[in-house]
Design a protein around this ligand. Structure first.
Ligand SMILES: [Zn+2]
Length: 361
């Protein structure tokens, strides 16, 4: 299948850094040569027309504190609840975060100008124009940041441009939803006072605030004080798949009202009506969520948020090299080139421009 160079794909979320550098085992896999491991490497990105996205730094829970990923249910289970892991220690979280950042900067340095860590909207458009892979440094959870926010200033200067307030875990700023199906995302408390300060600081610095994984109350607390468009990088429609990780219609409406964006997660367990973690799930399930969100809040507010290297992909898609199949499925479903331009990159570009500009206000 041919790549459509007019439709560079800028994606809301991947966990490639965790897959390439594995903090638990110290093992690594190649990134610059094509393998069948994981979902992302440079040759497969090129094959799939993947032009960039948010590259997550994620701190796994210690095995002693339980939780993800060991306890996840198998593909036949249709109702489950994974208890929230314990909060992380700041020193541990910061050490792993710095390792994740270093691995991204090393990839950039070793890429012979094929990958660029993006710090401004102008750099992002230039990278997309020139076929340079655009990597936005994202933290999936704020555990490496102290409540005084000293580390936030430092991480911003190092290139942090997108921050998930929490993963599915409590921290000093907010609380995430447990992996639970079927269930509402209204599972616990919202932002702490430190969390509110963090939102204000992100607005001031121009860091995108990612509301994936947060409790519904945390979502509303952020919506009430943030001046930036609301963004949820990897999620789905709760009306179609009642996972705690998906957004209710009310949340979708609030994202529209803020001129924000929803990145649709390709994880089968957040797509399927029955919530099963079953790889044998058709690509049309992704189209179904895009359709629903576009139908409810408009084509200007839906994008991709693959979760490559962090989730179970539909077999039909496979990995990042399979993205042209998704574009074909969307075209066959009636999406025209203007709609595809918005879904593949223009919506994320708009949000990034509006959010990163906040630093000048
Ligand atoms: Zn995630």
């Amino acid at each position: 299948m041919t790549i459509d160079h007019k439709l560079p794909i800028f994606d809301g979320h991947n966990d490639a850094l965790q897959s390439i550098y594995l903090p638990k085992t110290g093992k690594q896999r190649p990134f610059f040569e094509r393998t069948a491991e994981g979902h992302i490497d440079l040759p497969r990105m090129r094959e799939g027309g993947f032009a960039g996205g948010f590259f997550a730094v994620f701190v796994p829970s210690n095995s002693s504190t339980g939780g993800f990923p060991g306890a996840m249910p198998d593909s036949t289970v249709t109702a489950y609840e994974i208890p929230l892991p314990a909060p992380l220690d700041l020193t541990y979280a910061r050490a792993i975060t710095i390792k994740g950042m270093a691995s991204l900067f090393r990839l950039e340095a070793e890429s012979e100008a094929q990958i660029k860590v993006i710090r401004t909207a102008a750099e992002l458009t230039a990278a997309l124009d020139r076929d340079v892979i655009a990597a936005v440094l994202h933290f999936e959870g704020a555990e490496a940041i102290d409540p005084d926010l000293d580390a936030l200033e430092v991480f911003y200067q190092a290139g942090l441009r997108s921050l998930g307030l929490t993963w599915s875990r409590p921290n000093v700023f907010a609380q995430g939803v447990p992996f639970k199906f079927p269930a509402s995302p209204d599972t616990g408390p919202g932002l702490s006072e430190a969390g509110r300060q963090l939102v204000r600081a992100c607005n001031r610095l121009g860091i995108l605030i990612d509301l994936a994984h947060i409790t519904e109350q945390g979502f509303w607390d952020t919506a009430a004080i943030s001046h930036a468009p609301l963004a949820v990088t990897h999620t789905g429609a709760h009306a179609l798949c009642p996972s705690t990780r998906n957004l209710t219609d009310k949340q979708l409406d609030a994202i529209k009202d803020s001129d924000g964006v929803v990145g649709v997660n390709f994880h089968v367990g957040f797509l399927r009506e029955d919530g099963r973690r079953e790889p044998n799930t058709p690509l049309s399930e992704i189209v179904r969520h895009i359709d629903y969100i576009a139908g409810r809040i408009g084509i200007g507010h839906v994008a991709f948020g693959s979760d490559f290297d962090g989730a179970i992909m539909p077999l039909e898609l496979g990995d990042v090299a399979g993205l042209p199949k998704l574009l074909k499925a969307l075209r066959d479903h009636g999406y025209d080139e203007d709609a595809l331009r918005k879904i593949t990159h223009a919506n994320w570009l708009r949000i990034v421009r509006k959010t990163w500009k906040q630093c000048t206000i």
